[in-house]
Design a protein around this ligand. Structure first.
Ligand SMILES: Nc1ncnc2c1ncn2[C@@H]1O[C@H](COP(=O)(O)OP(=O)(O)OP(=O)(O)O)[C@@H](O)[C@H]1O
Length: 203
């Protein structure tokens, strides 16, 4: 798996946010995108996820010589972001079951419980999200993102609202992802620069 971004620009109306961004990321590598508020980190991640079109330039994912079809992107990408909404009236496990079914994944209840344990919610899987703290909700977003074992993991502000143990499991998830594929992290937190094989600074 390889990601190649070439001369990418993005704009909202007349305002240009990203200009001429180019990089390549190989399997096992982590790209950290840093920059002040409003510099375009989330915009770049949305473009990499295929959720938004660039104004110009290209994004291509390839496996060996085979260029992947952008329509397959949602099967390839795991996405964690503060604005990712889950169902507050459902429990943690019900949320995961719902999204697993929507994605057509054959995944057992035992595997869902394993995933919840992995993100530190083993005891709270049957509680409704309305009763979760913001850090617990952020943990569940990781379970959601990892459900389909995606080769590309896009993390927007990965440790926001997480405590020390939460930060440690995020580190473990990033380490595990190195075996599976690519990771792109958007952050303002200088402690997260240490994950970077490649650093992209936006201004
Ligand atoms: N849907 C939108 N419509 C218009 N402008 C937008 C939209 N989304 C983002 N912007 C603008 O694009 C710029 C970049 O926003 P973006 O959220 O990508 O930045 P960011 O670096 O992720 O910021 P932060 O660190 O605050 O999360 C900002 O000026 C923002 O106001």
């Amino acid at each position: 798996m390889q990601l190649r971004v070439t001369q990418l620009s993005a704009s909202y109306g007349i305002r240009t946010i990203l200009r001429g961004i180019s990089f390549e990321l190989q399997r096992g590598e982590v790209l950290v995108v840093s920059g002040p508020n409003g510099s375009g980190k989330s915009t770049l991640l949305r473009i990499l996820a295929g959720l938004q079109m660039p104004a110009s330039g290209s994004v291509s994912y390839t496996v060996g010589d085979h260029q992947l079809d952008p329509r397959d992107m949602r099967h390839l990408i795991g996405w964690v972001a503060p604005d990712l909404s889950l169902y507050r009236e459902l429990s943690g496990i019900e949320n995961l079951r719902f999204f697993a079914d929507v994605r057509g994944l054959a995944i057992s209840d035992a595997e869902l419980h394993d995933l919840l344990r992995r993100v530190g919610l083993g005891e709270r899987g049957h509680d409704r999200l309305a009763a979760y703290s913001s850090g617990m909700t952020q943990r569940l977003r990781y379970a959601f993102a990892l459900l389909h074992r995606p080769p590309v993991l896009l993390l927007d502000e990965p440790t926001v609202t997480l405590d020390e143990r939460g930060t440690a499991f995020v580190e473990q998830i990033i380490t595990d992802q190195r075996q599976r594929g690519l990771t792109v992290i958007a952050t303002n937190d200088p402690r997260e620069l240490r994950y970077a094989d490649l650093l992209l600074k936006l201004y």
